[in-house]
Design a protein around this ligand. Sequence first.
Ligand code: FA5
Length: 340
Amino acid sequence: MKDKISKIKEEAMEEIKDLNNMEDLEELRIKFLGKKGELTKVLRGMGKLSNKERPVIGQMANEVRQDIEKEINNTKESLKKEIQKKKLEKERIDISIPGKNIVLGHRHPLVKTIEELENIFMNMGFSVVYGPEVETVENNFDELNSPENHPSRDLTDTFYITEDILLRTHTSPVQIRVMKENKPPLRIVSAGRTFRFDDVDDTHSPMFHQLEGLVVDENVTMANLKETIDTFIKELFGEDMHTRFRPHYFPFTEPSAEVDVSCFNCKGKGCEECNGTGWSMELLGCGMVNPKVLQNCGIDPDKYSGFAFGLGIDRIAMVKYGIDNIRLLFENDMRFLEQF
Ligand code: FA5
């Protein structure tokens, strides 16, 4: 039996030498030391030994088991080191290679313009509110006193979703929402997307942005409206800019006006850009809230009056950043956007 045990040890040690992966090592451990392994098989025969021989053989078997285990563990350790070394060699990083440039984006010129406009109006005591882009015909037209035969209601001018729901054609329906839900005094601005069946040219787009303003209180006058617009334009474009109010018609304001701003190139002197007029393109419409609209919203027109205005935000961004074509704002061309 002693010979058998010594032979097992010799064989195991010899086989371990040739192994170079963990799986084979585990197989070897099972082969020699497992429950059905070589050493266990020999030990099963110990019952036949005399009382004198049994402890001697037992001790020898234990020593052999420990020796084999020790050799397996040592081999495992050196295999681990070997694997780690190979891995490190394979994954070595060349720190002399130049790093990849991370391109950091920034806010779109339209978003910057909206934030700037909102900040100016907030400093003037206005609150910022939001309205939905999908509106009811009632809020977009009816309550704003737009008659049935008004051209802007036409199918060819407006994107209808159903007969009663549409993509809002302006931000003025926010006026209705605010006046129906709140009592005067009111002082709000609301910016967002608007939609019209307009053909695209340098200053028109079927999707564009407006900022609506509304003030309702006792004794609000046209002078307040003029002063507010004038202050805002000077705040946005500088003290040397002037405004001009031209009479206009909107069903929801009476009287109404369109506002021109001094040409940004020549500051009013007259140049090629403004065809010698000294005034830039049309930027906004405004007026005193029509008493009928106040009434539609449950506000007493004998007690309260108000003014409202609607700015074309895209055109303001164009003037502010010297952009001569509205299409550029929506094409997402990085070469254009990176300039702001
Ligand atoms: C209106 O939309 C009125 N709701 C404005 C208003 C509000 C008047 C409150 C009175 C009281 P208008 O259709 O003129 O008005 O449009 C206002 C501004 O939006 C224009 O001055 C222009 O700057 C801009 N705008 C209009 N259509 C387009 C378009 N297709 N593309 C780009 N900007 C546009």
